[in-house]
Design a protein around this ligand. Structure first.
Ligand SMILES: C[S@@+](CC[C@H](N)C(=O)[O-])C[C@H]1O[C@@H](n2cnc3c(N)ncnc32)[C@H](O)[C@@H]1O
Length: 266
């Protein structure tokens, strides 16, 4: 059986949009599951997916790229604070879109940054956070995170001077406070298929392009362009680049931190 036939099966029967992702990424993840289940080839692994009721969920877990963190790449967030100050000074209501937001730690980072800085008028800010994955959104809405062997939530919150104001802690469990949650709303959104859910002054779209198939980069940039007001800011991941057709649309503001600005209206 070819790799493509296995991918078709996963897309059709398990409902994961394999066609969005690049083959090298999919092959790495599926091969890892094949090793764990002692399957020697794609046909054997498809059989395993059919016969073992637990395997589809285990595969989905390993395919869903929802690695994230509070204050992921802290230096990016230091550069975002002055932009939040300027936006909330200039506008009665400044709107931000964090997409994809995974389990919510990125939009909550934005909310904490705004609340933690005396010169950001947080009451003027609203943050919409979206992801394609309904499970990630359910965790995001809960706002509860755990320190595990691989995730140290206290360390992630280090950039905050007083993390205790924004999360309550019981042992290894960290709960984002109502005040932090009050700035954020969540909605399901597919960046490739759906139109933008509004107009925004800043869009944070980080760490999706690294997994997505090259052909989808353009439609995503179209959505980002449509979502941003003239003069609005775009933040992408530290190892990501603007699609070549949009180099004129988005002018670099901070090349190292990958912050761009859409040309202001004439
Ligand atoms: C690595 S996480 C990035 C989270 C966060 N932006 C960060 O940098 O920490 C990638 C997320 O993209 C989401 N995703 C994948 N395809 C998507 C699509 N077409 N539209 C919206 N979200 C998508 C996944 O569900 C996953 O939560």
């Amino acid at each position: 059986m070819s790799f493509q036939r296995l991918l078709d099966y996963v897309e059709r029967e398990i409902g994961f949009a394999t066609s969005y992702y690049n083959d090298a990424y999919l092959d790495r993840r599926i091969s890892a599951r094949m090793r764990r289940t002692d399957c020697d080839d794609y046909a054997e692994y498809r059989e395993r997916l059919r016969a073992d009721p637990d395997e589809p969920a285990l595969l989905l877990d390993s395919l869903n790229v929802n690695v994230t963190g509070f204050f992921r790449n802290p230096e990016t967030w230091s550069a975002v604070v002055p932009i939040l100050r300027a936006l909330t000074e200039e506008r009665q209501r400044a709107t931000l879109w964090s997409v994809p937001c995974a389990d919510g730690r990125e939009p909550y980072t934005l909310s904490m940054l705004a609340l933690d800085d005396a010169d950001v008028a947080a009451s003027r800010l609203s943050i919409l956070a979206s992801d394609i994955d309904p499970n990630a959104l359910a965790s995001a809405r809960d706002g509860v995170y755990h320190t595990t062997r691989t995730t140290d939530i206290a360390a992630e919150l280090d950039p905050l001077s007083t993390a205790g104001e924004y999360v309550t802690r019981e042992g290894d469990e960290f709960r984002v406070t109502d005040r932090v949650q009050s700035l954020v709303e969540f909605s399901q959104h597919d960046l490739i298929q759906d139109r933008p859910p509004g107009e925004f002054d800043m869009v944070v779209c980080r760490n999706l392009f690294i997994y997505i198939d090259a052909q989808y980069k353009r439609p995503i940039f179209e959505t980002l362009d449509e979502a941003l007001r003239p003069g609005g800011y775009l933040v992408i991941g530290r190892t990501e680049t603007v699609h070549r057709d949009f180099k004129e649309t988005f002018e670099s503001v901070d090349s190292e931190r990958r912050i761009y600005r859409k040309a202001p209206a004439e």
